[in-house]
Design a protein around this ligand. Structure first.
Ligand code: ADP
Length: 481
């Protein structure tokens, strides 16, 4: 239940992030576009209004001058026009003469007063102005009254037309535009949220299915594999997962097999000892010779148990990930000579001749103890599994610039073809009883292979039943980390 809740929360958060992402991708540009459209509408509308008012002012200013309005503001025609214009534009017109005196104010507030604001002064000096006051919703502009025939000279300015025009309907239109924009935005948000919800669901579904399938088998993966082939992604993940599962299963199987082999191998000497001891116990009057013989057998079984445990420990230590190699520069010729010297008594006893062919002096970066163990195992096998008479073991050593090569050949009993691929497996023996008889544990070649692989080397075997066996080993001269 707890696991389910956790999974649910996980997928919910994935969906949440997908929706946030879509939201940001969809909404931010929409907001920007909306505000740009509204802004450019306002700028355009204000500019148009300003141009229109300016052209009206031009006509009006000429009329004011021609009809001498600056000296007599009672002109009915002009005042009528003022009325009309202020009504159309919802604004105010103020006429100021070049002394700064207000000749006419359509609002009748400043009539007869002096108005010498900065804009008016600038206009009297020839600089007309126009200003948009967004907050108070009006455009204010100043326009020169001058002799139409002598325009463009600032000295010629006879007065100023100060005009304020309301822009409230521009603001209303802008408001409507904004409202519609907001409505469209709201619709877009809604659509994105719905789409996001559906899309995130679609995206999360394969993951959900895979998780469910994996969880369904984690408790007992023995013979199972998952199958979620609904989507391409899930198929790829399932295939990879099933491959991993198969590997885990192989490791698991081989571990089980190894454990049962170990138990069996360790039990065998114990069983023998138990039998020997029981026989003696049941027969207290047995002659001393029988006691001595049985004790010798028990001692041999103890030695056997001991060598199995030693080999097992060696293997287990090398199996560890952290197993280190103690790399030094080792003279391989010397090393092989030492091994042969050590094995000579066993070889002599078995009537096997040992021959070493060294083609050149070789020094390599290896772990001396481990390499020595590996070669000893193979040469010892070549002696052990040899002919009862006239046997030989030939060891040759050569190198190129990258590797050194050792071959160990014998003219012994050989290995049957069907067993060749198994001899490096732990506890594998072609002939169990023969191997046991000659003190084998079935772990020697497994240890040897492990050592060679740790040195990034390779080992191959060729054999013919009844004719002999050749092991070929290749190891880099310089240690590869
Ligand atoms: P063991 O301790 O039994 O010798 P190994 O792992 O060293 O175990 O070898 C595995 C098996 O491979 C041996 O039991 C033997 O049957 C076979 N074998 C190894 N070396 C040779 C060889 N030179 N000639 C014939 N058979 C061999």
């Amino acid at each position: 239940m707890k696991k389910k809740l956790k999974r649910f929360a996980f997928y919910r958060s994935i969906r949440f992030y997908i929706m946030i992402l879509l939201f940001v991708i969809g909404i931010v540009p929409s907001i920007v576009v909306e505000s740009v459209i509204v802004q450019s509408y306002e700028t355009r509308a204000v500019n148009q209004r300003t141009i229109m008012v300016k052209s009206q002012c031009e006509i009006l200013a000429d009329q004011l001058y021609n009809r001498g309005y600056l000296t007599d503001s009672s002109d009915e025609v002009i005042n009528g026009e003022f009325d009309l214009l202020t009504r159309i534009y919802g604004g105010r017109i103020v006429v100021i003469n070049n002394d700064g005196k207000v000749i006419k104010d359509t609002f009748n507030i400043d009539n007869g007063k002096y108005s010498l604001s900065q804009e008016v002064m600038d206009c009297l000096n020839g600089r007309e102005s126009s200003r948009y006051d967004r907050d108070n919703k009006f455009i204010e502009l100043t326009f020169r009254i001058q002799d139409p025939d002598k325009k463009s000279s600032s000295v010629n300015t006879k007065g100023v037309l100060l005009v304020s025009v309301s822009t409230s309907e521009i603001s209303i239109s802008k408001g409507i535009l904004e409202e519609r924009g907001m409505l469209i935005l709201a619709i877009i948000i809604l659509v994105i949220l719905v789409l996001g919800y559906i899309l995130s669901g679609i995206l999360v579904k394969p993951l959900q299915k895979i998780t469910q399938a994996i969880e369904g088998i984690t408790d007992g993966y023995q013979d199972e594999s998952i199958s979620v082939n609904d989507y391409r992604e899930t198929k790829l993940i399932t295939d990879a997962f099933n491959r991993m599962l198969a590997r885990v299963k192989t490791v698991d199987d081989s571990r089980d097999e190894f454990v049962s082999n170990v138990s069996h191998e360790l039990k065998t000497p114990l069983t023998s000892m138990k039998v020997l001891a029981d026989v003696l116990n049941q027969n207290p009057d047995a002659p001393i010779e029988e006691y001595q013989e049985f004790m010798k057998d028990i001692s041999a079984e103890i030695d056997r148990e001991n060598s199995i445990i030693t080999d097992l420990l060696t293997l287990v230590r090398m199996d560890k990930k952290s197993a280190d190699l103690n790399i030094t520069n080792v003279n391989i010729n010397d090393e092989l000579e030492q091994i042969i010297k050590r094995l000579k008594p066993i070889a002599d006893k078995a009537g096997v001749e040992l021959i070493l062919d060294s083609f050149r002096p070789i020094t390599a970066e290896v772990d001396q103890t481990k390499i020595s163990l590996a070669f000893t195992n193979i040469i010892e096998n070549a002696i052990k599994y040899n002919k009862p008479e006239g046997g030989w073991v030939r060891i040759s050593l050569n190198a190129d610039r990258k590797y050194f090569y050792t071959t160990i050949s014998d003219n012994g009993i050989g290995i049957p073809e069907e067993s060749i691929n198994n001899i490096f497996e732990r506890f594998y023996r072609v002939d169990k009883s023969h191997s046991r008889e000659i003190g084998g544990t079935g772990l020697g070649l497994a240890i040897t292979k492990k050592v060679i692989v740790m040195h990034r080397g390779a080992i191959r075997v060729k054999s013919k039943l009844g004719e002999g066996t050749t092991f070929s080993i290749r190891i880099p001269l310089v240690h590869i980390v």
